[in-house]
Design a protein around this ligand. Structure first.
Ligand code: ME8
Length: 532
């Protein structure tokens, strides 16, 4: 159990048991261009983790949204001959469409151009200003518009941005500075006191070595740009985009507007982020919170990158590099995958293929082979076989499971493994454990060959066990593949929806009632040809 669960409890009036709260966020995505597989990766993982916690009965708040200010956005709008607001309004739609297509069940969608966000940013930063951590100075430096970040000359690669490979812009402005340098010791103490706050450990060490390397004050306002949140004590300035964006996590839970709500959800948050934004979330953000007198976030989980041909799939690369790269990468908009493989198979791939925390290759052939192996041959096949044999040997009525079967013992262990894996933000391991149960259920069928046997108790026992395994599998896969879980549930004759059940109680072996109609239906996951 990591920090965050168990805090901010409220009692369930039915059982009087405490209900943990679970607050999870994705980064808010830039609207300089459309969503893609990389942004879908974070969003689907956060969604599945949120769904798992709902399944456990937790009170969940899942936040995603869009980061709509800054130079990069203003540049993209100008390229399209639109106002920044007009452009943001257009692109935000694409994000919302993509998340709908991926069955993302967020509880709120925050746009940084909303009045509630402007008000929160101003209130929060006014606090930091009043607390004496912001000063005026002149900034000279090299700026990458794609990163919305400054670089020193020793960080450049061939004189260009080390992340995007694009030329940097010379900046020379009067800016307000946040005195980050004053937080070195407090940050180190915080890291010492909260060993689990930043995970995985490799990423925590990265953040720590950055802090130990010495922190410089950061420029947090711009006068060269109007597209941002106005600085309340000096209206000639707007806040630098990163400095407004991070505060979204507080806006959505009522900071400065609803203290009770804010106290219920903060600081027990889980920020899920990509590894390129560690410094902002694991150094700046906790320091900003400290400066404003707010507790730092309890959990930041840093995931790796999906890579294709060795390069991160980023929107900026799509736009700035050669046309060929753009053509190849824009082909993998989330909706293109959904159209090709279906929503659940797309979600499954994003959750299962690359462990959260590591980098991994993303390829079309990779999806096809995992789809065929895990979904068509294993899960789909288990359901099809069971339903066929229940049809031929049990007149279509699913028998009860054996309460003492070996498969039942395995299922109990798998439920516990899956629970522990979701809890430590490892969806791939939760699914791997679930597929172990599917594999064993298939193996038990192959060993017993009920399709060759005469109807009777032996056949009933093996089919009842397989149906019960499918019932438990539906529960366990429901955060990853909500529609598939509902469909299996329905086909094996159950009422309601797996998402309305509670794990672990409802996943205990023996819940399949027996005597209900099992329907075969069309293959859940028809096999795919590699390469097309
Ligand atoms: O950084 N693999 O927005 P952004 C995995 N607005 N994840 C990827 C990815 C890839 N190839 N490419 C992108 C920003 N992501 C800021 C965030 S938060 C207060 C402000 C995911 O649109 C990953 O989560 O560039 C990464 O951190 C995020 O998209 C960056 O999205």
């Amino acid at each position: 159990m990591h920090g965050g669960r168990g805090e901010g409890l409220r009692a369930d009036p039915g059982t009087l048991r405490p209900v943990p709260r679970f607050y999870i966020t994705t980064p808010i995505y830039y609207v300089n261009d459309a969503p893609h597989v990389g942004t879908a990766y974070s969003t689907v993982n956060a969604d599945a983790i949120a769904r798992w916690h709902r399944l456990c009965g937790d009170e969940v708040f899942f936040l995603t949204g869009t980061d709509e200010h800054g130079a990069k956005m203003a540049e993209a709008a100008a390229e399209h001959d639109m106002t920044p607001q007009g452009w943001a309004d257009t692109v935000v739609q694409r994000f919302q469409d993509a998340w709908r297509a991926l069955d993302i069940a967020n509880d709120d969608f925050i746009r940084t151009t909303e009045p509630r966000h402007h008000a929160t940013v101003q209130a929060f930063l006014q606090r930091i200003y009043d607390n004496g951590y912001i000063r005026l100075d002149t900034y000279r430096g090299l700026y990458c518009i794609s990163c919305e970040d400054y670089y020193t000359s020793d960080q450049l690669v061939d004189g260009k941005c080390p992340v995007h490979g694009r030329p940097l812009v010379e900046m020379d402005e009067e800016n307000y500075f946040f005195e980050l340098s004053r937080f070195e010791d407090r940050l180190l103490e915080w890291y010492e006191a909260q060993p689990e706050a930043v995970r995985p450990a490799t990423k925590r060490n990265e953040a720590l070595s950055f802090i130990r390397g010495g922190l410089r004050d950061i420029s947090i306002t711009r006068t060269s740009l109007r597209w941002g949140v106005q600085v309340p004590w000096d209206p000639d300035h707007v806040f630098y985009v990163w400095y407004d964006a991070l505060i979204n996590y507080l806006t959505a839970i009522g900071y400065g507007r609803d203290e009770e709500r804010f106290a219920a959800w903060w600081p027990a948050v889980h920020h899920l982020i990509g590894k390129e934004i560690i410094r902002f979330h694991c150094v700046w953000w906790p320091a900003m919170c400290m400066a404003a007198g707010v507790d730092p976030p309890a959990n930041v989980f840093v995931h790796g990158w999906l890579l294709m041909g060795g390069q991160k799939l980023s929107k900026s690369l799509l736009r700035t590099e050669s046309g060929e790269a753009a053509a190849r990468l824009t082909d993998i908009a989330p909706q293109a995958l959904v159209a090709d493989f279906g929503v659940d198979a797309t979600r499954y791939h994003l959750l299962r293929d690359v462990p959260l925390g590591a980098d991994g290759d993303f390829s079309y052939d990779g999806i096809v082979s995992r789809y065929n192996a895990d979904l068509a041959n294993n899960l789909g096949n288990l359901l099809a076989r069971v339903a066929t044999v229940v049809g031929s040997k049990c007149s279509g009525a699913g028998p009860r499971p054996d309460p003492h079967s070996e498969l039942g013992q395995l299922a109990a262990a798998v439920v516990e493994e899956a629970r522990a894996a979701w809890e430590r933000m490892a969806p791939h391991e939760a699914l791997e454990a679930t597929w172990h149960l599917i594999g064993r259920a298939n193996a038990a069928l192959e060993a017993a060959e009920p399709w060759k046997a005469d109807p009777g108790p032996a056949v009933d026992a093996v089919l009842g066990d397989a149906l019960e395994a499918l019932r438990i599998v539906s529960l366990l896969v429901s955060p990853a593949m909500p529609s598939t879980a509902s469909e299996i549930w329905r086909r094996i004759g159950l009422k309601g929806d797996p998402a309305d059940c509670r794990v672990p109680d409802d996943a205990a072996w023996g819940g399949y009632p027996g005597g209900v109609t099992v329907e075969k239906g069309a293959p859940l996951f028809p096999r795919r040809q590699a390469g097309g």
